[in-house]
Design a protein around this ligand. Structure first.
Ligand code: PLP
Length: 449
C-alpha cells in the first residue's frame, strides 16, 4: 500500500454513504482490478492477495473460465428464479455437488445466497427433519450474521451486542481448541475433556432425544483456524448416531478443496447428514446451500427455503466453471503442495519471530497465531493488526481471524514467486512490528475481527 490518496477519497465517501456494520476494517485498499492472486488499487498499487476474497477464490480472481462462464451465460439467460420455474444449470450443479460429501445414501442440494443463509437453512432442516427443537453447537464458532446463523455463532460478543433475543434452544459448549484449552489440558493426555463436557451436558441439562442436531465447523474458521482432533469430530458423529441427532457440518470455508479434499469430512472419514457450502464454490458470487440426506431434505416442504435471487443461472455457471477448472488443473493437489510449503516456511520463520506462537493449517487454509507470551499464549491482538497494516504497506493483503491469527487462504494456483514474495513481506512486517517501528496510532481507528 503505497500512497492511497485517491483511495482515501473513496473511503471518506464510503463512510458517509454506507453503514459501517458490514465492515471489518483493516486498511484502505480500494480495489479497481484483480487477476489471479494480484489486486490493484485506485492509486495503482499492486498487492498479492492472501485473503483470497475471504477464502472464496480457490482459482483466483477473474479466472478466464469464470469470466467466460459469466459472459456466455449473460448472453443467454440472466435471471429465471428456480422459485417459479426451472433451469438446467441449477440441476447440473446440484448433481455434481451431491456426489461430493461422503455417505452411501441419496442426497439433494438446496441452494441459498450466502453462507449465513445456508446455516439458517441447516437449523430449519435439522428441526423439521427430526421434529426436535434443540441444537448443540460450539463456543468460538462463526456461522454468519443472519439471525439463525448469528444465534449459532458464539465468536464475538461485540457482534451479538443488543441483538437478542436470539432464536431459542441453541446450546453452546466448548470447541476442541487444543492450543487454548479452556480445561488447561494437553491433547492427547486430556482424553478429550471437551467431549466429556458435552456428554455431561447431555446427561444433566439437555435431553438428547430433544436434540435435532450437532452443528459444527470441522475447523473453527473465523475463531482462528482452530483444528480440532479428528477423534473429537468422530466423537460428535458417534453421539449423533447414538441419539438420533443429525450431524451437520459447516464446510463453508473448508469446502471446495481448500483443505486438500472437496470437503474436509472426506479426509476425516466423516459422514455428515448435512453439509453447508458457500464461499469457494461461489467464487465470490452469491451462492451457498446445504447438501444433505434426501430423507431430511424432503421433510422441508415448499416454500420454506425460497428466495428471488437463489441459484441464479450466472451464479450456477460460475460454480460449474470453478469445479471444472479445479478438476482439470488438479488444483486441490497443487493447493495441498503449496499449502505444505507455506506452512514449512512459517515454521522456519517462527525461529526468528517471538510473536509467532503457533502455526495451524491444512492445504490452503493456514493460520499463524501471534502471541504476547509463549507460555500464557495471550493473543497479540494489537501486534497482529500492525503486522497486517505493515504487510499492506509492503504489498500484501493480509488480515486476521480469531483474536490474533494471521489468515492465509490464497488461491490454490498461487505461483511460487508470489508465495515467496508474500512470505518475505510477512517476515519483514513481523520484524518491523517486533522492533516497535509501527506506532499504536497507525491501527487505532481500525476494526479488525
Ligand atoms: C465457517 C463459516 N460459516 C459461515 C460463514 C458465513 O458466510 P457468509 O459470510 O457468506 O454469510 C462464514 C463466513 O466467514 C464461515 O467462515
Amino acid at each position: 500500500m503505497g500512497v492511497v490518496k485517491k483511495g482515501m477519497k473513496v473511503v471518506h465517501r464510503d463512510r458517509k454513504a454506507i453503514g459501517q456494520a458490514l465492515r471489518l476494517a483493516y486498511y484502505p485498499v480500494v480495489a479497481v482490478r484483480a487477476e489471479g492472486s494480484k489486486v490493484w488499487d485506485k492509486d495503482g498499487n499492486e498487492y498479492i492477495d492472501f485473503l483470497g476474497g475471504a477464502a472464496a477464490l480457490p482459482i483466483g480472481h477473474r479466472h478466464p473460465a469464470v469470466v467466460k462462464a459469466i459472459q456466455e451465460q449473460a448472453d443467454q439467460l440472466v435471471h429465471y428464479p428456480p422459485l417459479y420455474g426451472y433451469h438446467e444449470l441449477a440441476v447440473d450443479l446440484a448433481e455434481k455437488l451431491n456426489e461430493l460429501p461422503r455417505g452411501d445414501f441419496t442426497k439433494r442440494t438446496i441452494y441459498q445466497l450466502a453462507g449465513a443463509a445456508a446455516m439458517d437453512l441447516t437449523v430449519k432442516l435439522a428441526r423439521v427433519g427430526t421434529k426436535r427443537p434443540k441444537i448443540i453447537t460450539f463456543l468460538k464458532g462463526y456461522y454468519g450474521a443472519l439471525y439463525g446463523a448469528l444465534s449459532l455463532s458464539a465468536f464475538s460478543t461485540i457482534q451479538r451486542r443488543y441483538l437478542g433475543p436470539f432464536i431459542p434452544e441453541i446450546y453452546h459448549v466448548p470447541f476442541a481448541d487444543c492450543y487454548r484449552c479452556i480445561f488447561k489440558q494437553e491433547y492427547p493426555n486430556c482424553g478429550l475433556a471437551c467431549l466429556d463436557y458435552l456428554k455431561t451436558v447431555l446427561k444433566h441439562l439437555v435431553p438428547p432425544e430433544e436434540v435435532a442436531a450437532i452443528i459444527t465447523e470441522p475447523v473453527g474458521s473465523d475463531g482462528g483456524y482452530i483444528f480440532p482432533p479428528v477423534e473429537w469430530l468422530k466423537g460428535l458423529e458417534e453421539i449423533c448416531q447414538k441419539h438420533g441427532m443429525l450431524f451437520a457440518l459447516d464446510e463453508i470455508q473448508t469446502g471446495c478443496g481448500r483443505c486438500g479434499s472437496w470437503f474436509l469430512s472426506e479426509q476425516y472419514n466423516l459422514v455428515p447428514d448435512l453439509t453447508a457450502f458457500g464461499k469457494g464454490f461461489s467464487a465470490g458470487v452469491p451462492l451457498s446451500g446445504v447438501i444433505g440426506r434426501a430423507s431430511v431434505m424432503d421433510e422441508l416442504k415448499p416454500p420454506s427455503a425460497i428466495g428471488t435471487g437463489i441459484a441464479n443461472p450466472i451464479v450456477c455457471a460460475v460454480a460449474l466453471a470453478v469445479i471444472d477448472v479445479i478438476r482439470k488443473d488438479n488444483l486441490i493437489e497443487k493447493g495441498k503442495k503449496m499449502g505444505a510449503y507455506l506452512k514449512k516456511r512459517f515454521e522456519e520463520m517462527k525461529r526468528d519471530h517471538h510473536l509467532i506462537g503457533d502455526i495451524r493449517g491444512k492445504g490452503m487454509l493456514i493460520g499463524v497465531d501471534l502471541v504476547k507470551d509463549h507460555k500464557t499464549r495471550e493473543p497479540a491482538r494489537l501486534e497482529a493488526s500492525k503486522v497486517c497494516w505493515r504487510a499492506g504497506e509492503l504489498g500484501l493483503i493480509l488480515t486476521t481471524l480469531g483474536e490474533s491469527v494471521l489468515r492465509v487462504c490464497p488461491a490454490y494456483n498461487l505461483s511460487q514467486s508470489e508465495a515467496d514474495h508474500a512470505l518475505e513481506i510477512i517476515d519483514n512486517a513481523l520484524s518491523d512490528v517486533e522492533r516497535g517501528k509501527i506506532p499504536d496510532s497507525t491501527v487505532a481507528s481500525l476494526s479488525p475481527w
